[in-house]
Design a protein around this ligand. Structure first.
Ligand SMILES: NC(=O)c1ccc[n+]([C@@H]2O[C@H](COP(=O)([O-])OP(=O)(O)OC[C@H]3O[C@@H](n4cnc5c(N)ncnc54)[C@H](OP(=O)(O)O)[C@@H]3O)[C@@H](O)[C@H]2O)c1
Length: 361
């Protein structure tokens, strides 16, 4: 099979460490590797699409390819493909050969280098959901390139964020005022759709015209952080009287949390997924543990880390079937050979939806 393997020093996007270009491409081009063998409750998938996430870049930067446990690793978390065969432990009522399934690998698999940018992938059946045929009942067909990001890290993280809000019933979401910071990104656009689909009032920040169009299409009201700078002052004007119930931060803004008493209710929650350079240690201590009398911000703060799994991946499937999520937003589709270009697009921080790679037909 064809798979991407990493066998030269990692991918960094700073000007002093440019991306591997044509010269280095020979060491990172698709190479022949051995197909995996099937065991336990695993599924062997023929992968059609993979999609990329910012965490891929962190792993490429932080974990050398020469570590003994990850020699020539294959990167990538998200996958969508067809079941080629199923291990003896797989429940035949759940998955059979020919099903199209999608999901995200766990961090351990990717650290060990068994990522999704490979034509064949062995994956635990607990990490996948069947791709719904249509958007809602009888809607348009859900394609593999749309599904891969939804069932991957981005969609599962959006689900985790809504679950963390602690709103127990659909009726309780009605009229809740929510701000999604970074609403045009891979996670943000899905989160915007879910919140809107559940009946919340949603505002989404973006700094571009394409982002504005996307946020609107996903059901959000636009807050442009470039035309309203500093955006926190604008939020104070917008929500000073009637404050927000939730701020969901998919862009990583410490100032947005520190200033949140100006626009977030006293009992509101600030839910972030961006840990920053300290991998979350600094914001966790500063925002969650620091008491108000030591300068802490008097608002509840949650910092989440997604562990992909059955609960979140299958919830994505239900939300698509129920018509709560109405679209999979694809920034672009790159061929397998164009992976470096796809990573460059992701690394630009400007992707509108998911960066998708076509792995095979
Ligand atoms: N904790 C977890 O488990 C977890 C899981 C998934 C992702 N994450 C993290 O969440 C973040 C978002 O991930 P993603 O996949 O959504 O990224 P992404 O798709 O690469 O996000 C790109 C988008 O971010 C927007 N953006 C950039 N700077 C912004 C700012 N200052 N304010 C508002 N929007 C801004 C851009 O919109 P404009 O061009 O319009 O500004 C662009 O559309 C990343 O840091 C990622 O590492 C964490």
């Amino acid at each position: 099979m064809r798979a991407w393997t990493l066998n030269s020093a990692g991918l960094t996007l700073s000007p002093s460490h440019p991306l591997p270009s044509a010269g280095a491409a020979s060491s990172t081009s698709p190479s022949a590797t051995t197909p995996p063998t099937i065991t336990g409750n695993n599924l062997l998938l023929k992968i059609a699409h993979a999609s990329l996430n910012p965490v891929d870049l962190h792993i490429l930067r932080l974990f050398p390819h020469w570590l003994p446990f990850r020699r020539n690793p294959t990167p990538g978390f998200d996958f969508c493909g067809r079941v080629v065969s199923a291990g003896p432990g797989v429940d035949a009522n759940e998955f059979t050969v020919g099903d199209v399934v999608s999901g995200a690998l766990g961090a351990a698999d990717v650290f060990w280098g068994k990522g999704s940018l490979a034509e064949y992938l062995l994956v635990s059946s607990s990490l996948v959901a069947k791709k719904p045929k249509t958007w809602g009942a009888g809607g348009k067909e859900v394609t593999g390139q749309e599904a891969v990001g939804l069932f991957g890290i981005a969609g599962q993280t959006a689900v985790l964020m809504t679950q963390t809000a602690g709103v127990s019933s659909a009726a309780d979401w009605k009229g809740k005022k929510c701000l999604v910071n970074g609403a045009s990104g891979g996670v943000g656009n899905i989160l915007t759709q879910i919140l809107k689909g559940k009946g919340a009032e949603v505002w989404g920040t973006t700094g571009s015209a394409e982002g504005e169009e996307l946020v609107t299409r996903c059901g959000g009201k636009v807050v442009n952080y470039k035309t309203h700078n500093p955006v926190t002052e604008h939020l104070g004007r917008l929500f000073g009287e009637e404050k927000l119930d939730f701020v969901f931060d998919c862009a990583g803004s410490q100032e947005m949390f520190t200033k949140s008493p100006g626009y977030l209710k006293t009992e509101g929650k600030f839910i972030s997924i961006v840990g920053g350079a300290s991998q979350g240690v600094v914001p966790y201590i500063r925002n969650k543990l620091r008491p108000v009398w030591l300068g802490g911000t008097p608002r509840a703060f949650e910092l989440l880390l997604l562990i992909p799994g059955k609960k979140t991946v299958r919830e994505v499937g239900m939300l698509v079937e129920e018509g709560v999520i109405e679209r999979g937003v694809v920034d672009g589709v790159w061929e397998m050979e164009e992976l470096v270009k796809a990573y460059e697009r992701l690394g630009s921080g400007r992707a509108k939806g998911k960066v998708v790679v076509r792995v095979s037909e």
